[in-house]
Design a protein around this ligand. Structure first.
Ligand code: NDP
Length: 497
């Protein structure tokens, strides 16, 4: 055991009453309506955060609106990139502090908090920073008729949309927020971020670093409170130009509809998935098991791109199931603040109850549990790593996104059947194919309905690769150059001379 000792600045931050971060300052308008933050590893209350009032929300959006037309509009693209890089430097300088706040709030292993919420988030921020001076329009050759010798020239401008609302889930509260505000700020937009009610703290600290980096007040604001209240008020606020959301499919449908109905706001939706991993018969049972662990158990399965449906050839499935059971037994629960822990709790009690509900129903439906299927007998939200043998593609565990440490295995007989099964889902975020036969993989990739297809790997994202869903997994792409299309509007200019 290598228990991490909590930094004094983390204790101070958790002990004060936080609220919103607006126009460069902490704002706590009300003391009576507070969110109570519980450490999911211990069930202990660790902090309180004041909920945003409707006045706070207006103040945040107005500040972002003023900064869009003032402070941020006057910052050159090169300077924008420099400031985003400065923020990245500060996040690295405060790496341990941010990671500890995140782990205490969400139960994420401290090693993952450092790696994803700081290091990875920073690499996204630097990637976006690199784009600021490369956002370009075009000159266009026109075919307009000329009666008296006049000529025309056409050009397109890429203009920032305005104030962006970023609505963020609880599974990666810094990294996903960086995807939202990093891309917005790089394009010249300003932002108001609404973290999940259960993980409201880390972005408040990041917002303080934003000011320390020299980014003008109002460019990045954070408001906290329940999604249906604060998130909805932001989504429908008349001065919001765009909503970018990551979370569940049902919430995505509500937000997308509300955004369109309140002035045709632009929307990017990343809505998770019921992602499939297909193992061709040339992959050994040992490699299949390691593939399943890689694809499904990172951050206890609370990753939107994680696989939960696993298709294994009928000739191998019993062998794979037996070895998987043994492998999952090695994933013993640990304190997320221990450097050596490899399997942590779920992020909050309501999600824990939801996952247990799936297991109870699966048991009622007589599914075969290969391993797990319940909670560990510990305080906190510890769920056993679980695997089941599904009976058909219609089992609830093959259709609904559980968002937990669960693998459902189903046998297939032919490659055509494999493709049909992998595509049999309303979702289409990500998928993986596992084979030693590259030409087979290359032939299958176009047939798989998913925004990302991995080969012999799963769950890897890179700032340079566009990421987003097909079908019910959402609208739009984050990262790569694709993000520019989603945070700028094209203006066409035609001139006669
Ligand atoms: P939600 O999708 O409901 O919440 C995500 C964010 O949206 C949170 O900030 C939430 O605020 C906010 N929100 C909720 N309702 C509204 C609304 N009407 N208007 C505006 N904002 C809103 O996630 P849940 O936490 O409820 O999880 C539900 C399921 O979604 C999970 O079990 C999982 O299947 C999936 N999920 C997928 C994620 C992904 O990465 N794609 C991430 C998280 C969850 P608040 O939390 O304060 O209510």
């Amino acid at each position: 055991m290598v228990e991490v000792s909590i930094l004094p600045q983390v204790r101070d931050f958790m002990n004060r009453l936080n609220g919103q971060f607006i126009n460069g300052k902490t704002v706590v308008s009300q003391q009576d309506e507070v969110i109570t933050i519980t450490n999911p590893a211990t069930d202990e209350v660790i902090a309180h955060v004041a909920t945003a009032t409707s006045g706070d929300i207006d103040y945040a959006v107005d500040s972002a609106h003023r900064a869009f037309h003032g402070g941020w509009a006057n910052v050159s693209p090169a300077q924008r990139g420099l400031l985003l890089n400065r923020l990245a430097d500060l996040m690295i300088a405060h790496r341990e502090e941010l990671a500890q706040i995140e782990t205490l709030t969400s139960g994420k292993l401290i090693t993952l908090s450092r790696a994803f919420e700081v290091d990875y988030a920073v690499s996204f921020l630097r990637y976006y920073a690199g784009w600021t001076t490369r956002i370009e329009g075009k000159t266009v050759a026109l075919s307009l008729p000329s009666a008296n010798g006049e000529k025309y020239t056409g050009l397109t401008l890429r203009e920032p949309l305005g104030v962006v609302a970023g609505i963020v889930p609880w599974n990666f509260s810094i990294m996903i927020a960086v995807w939202k505000f990093g891309s917005a700020l790089a394009c010249g937009c300003t932002a108001v971020i609404k973290p999940s009610e259960v993980t409201p703290l880390t972005m408040l600290r990041v917002a303080e670093l934003v000011i320390e980096a020299g980014i003008p007040p109002g460019v990045l604001n954070v408001v906290n409170g329940p999604g249906q209240q604060v998130g909805h008020a932001l989504t429908t606020h008349p001065k919001i130009a765009k909503v970018t959301f990551t979370g569940g499919m049902e919430t995505g449908a509500i937000i997308g509809t509300a955004a369109l109905q309140s002035g045709f706001k632009r929307v990017t939706l990343e809505l998770g998935g019921k992602n499939a991993a297909g193992f061709l018969p040339d992959v050994s049972p040992e490699k299949t098991v390691e593939g399943i662990i890689e694809a499904g158990f990172l951050n206890s399965g609370q990753v939107c791109a994680s696989a939960e449906r696993y298709y294994v050839h009928r000739s191998l499935i019993n062998n794979v199931a037996e070895q998987l059971g043994k492998r999952l037994a090695t994933l013993t629960p640990g304190d997320p603040m221990d450097d050596e822990s490899r399997f942590g709790p779920l992020a909050n009690r309501s999600h824990f109850n939801k996952v247990i509900g799936y297991f109870t129903r699966a048991r009622d439906q007589n599914l075969t549990f290969i391993h797990g299927g319940g909670a560990f007998d510990l305080p906190g939200c510890y769920i056993q790593p679980t695997a089941v043998l599904a009976r058909s593609e219609n089992d609830e565990l093959m259709r609904q996104e559980v968002f937990g440490p669960v693998a459902s295995l189903l046998a297939y007989d032919s490659v055509d059947e494999l493709v049909t099964l992998m595509n049999d889902s309303p979702y289409g975020l990500a998928a993986s194919l596992w084979t030693n036969n590259l030409s087979q993989a290359l032939r299958l990739i176009p047939r798989v309905e998913a925004g990302t297809v991995w080969v012999n790997m799963h769950n890897y994202i890179d700032p340079a690769m566009p990421f987003g869903g097909t079908k019910g997994s959402g609208i739009g792409r984050e990262f790569g150059s694709a993000f520019i299309d989603h945070f700028t509007e094209i203006k066409s200019v035609i001139m006669r001379y």
